[in-house]
Design a protein around this ligand. Sequence first.
Ligand SMILES: NC(=O)c1ccc[n+]([C@@H]2O[C@H](COP(=O)([O-])OP(=O)(O)OC[C@H]3O[C@@H](n4cnc5c(N)ncnc54)[C@H](O)[C@@H]3O)[C@@H](O)[C@H]2O)c1
Length: 352
Amino acid sequence: MHPLTASVVGGGTGGRLSLRALADSPLFDLVAVADLSPEVRRDLAAEYPGIETYPTHEAMFAARPTDVVCVSTYPPSHEPIALDALRLPLRGILVEKPLGHTVASGRRILEAVKARGLPMAVPHGLLAKRAPLEILERVRRGEIGELRLVEIQCSGWDIINAGIHWLNYFVTLTNNEPLAHVLACCDASTRTYRDGMQVETLAVTYAQTVSGVRVVMNTGDDVRVNADGKQFLFQLVGTLGVIEFYGWDPSYRVLNAAFPDGRMFTPEEFAVSGHRRHLETMAAMVHNNEPDYTIPESSLLALEICEGAYLSSKHTCAVTFPVDEFDPPPRPQWQPGEPYSGTGGGRDGRKL
Ligand SMILES: NC(=O)c1ccc[n+]([C@@H]2O[C@H](COP(=O)([O-])OP(=O)(O)OC[C@H]3O[C@@H](n4cnc5c(N)ncnc54)[C@H](O)[C@@H]3O)[C@@H](O)[C@H]2O)c1
């Protein structure tokens, strides 16, 4: 099998993860990178001798079309770049998370890729690490019974930048089950921005699937995580047990009938990076001609939860799915927690 020629658009943190993966993998031949910044192009040319560098994706696509393109720029440019890439005789595409800056944009990308029948990678790191993958298998084997609740505590990060990885994992745990609604509240008192976005100081995001599986995610600058020394905590609560893990950490703990006192597991990590695993899985799809959109679809659902959460906080209402078709209702003249005057309408909550 010939290696697939590959190029990357955007040579920042995310793009470098793809560049390193492509350079290390025998399944790919990394030939070009496009970045707006001359300094970035200069650094990458030094780091990857022989790589062609271009100032724009248009110039690169015209001069050096490749089998695979990685779209690793800021989310608002994912759509125009991905759609331009789809005009090439492409065989596979990687689009970084979040697929787009909005659900609508992410959906357009995914639909265009599907219409071409092209294999696609969206490199969510938890889906390429041993511990979270083992946990997925245990949940699917029923080791904690029926999954009821996933509680996530995440300090130092927000819903859209890290939360989307965590929510993508929740969606995967439910086998991409459609969501019913999301309800969230964001405190913005510190006016924190991160990675080009205004984000929350403290937030809670609460969503449920149509069958009722819940996710509760606490994010923000300074979330108190109630597991010693951990920045992240995930608790998967089932009818027959609990599994907890700690984000990118390699360990996890199972509490169920087989391990009634709880047992820690630390599986050996994969020898290759997450981006390389995602890209090599995509290469296998290219060679077998069997695109599988499970991860891109889970990524879009995760983006819907993120967008829905911010919308819910902004309009103080539950947001239903699909989020890009949700129209916020007018704000009701009603203040939960205030005394009811006895007049002025409303619904008698004692009549269920
Ligand atoms: N999957 C992961 O683990 C992971 C990790 C980091 C970043 N990301 C994602 O990667 C994407 C980029 O984020 P980042 O952290 O790398 O940002 P960054 O600021 O580190 O780098 C972005 C780079 O893209 C270049 N760029 C921007 N617009 C461009 C355009 N139109 N054409 C060519 N080059 C362009 C910039 O010059 C810069 O060098 C985001 O979607 C982010 O969420 C994913």
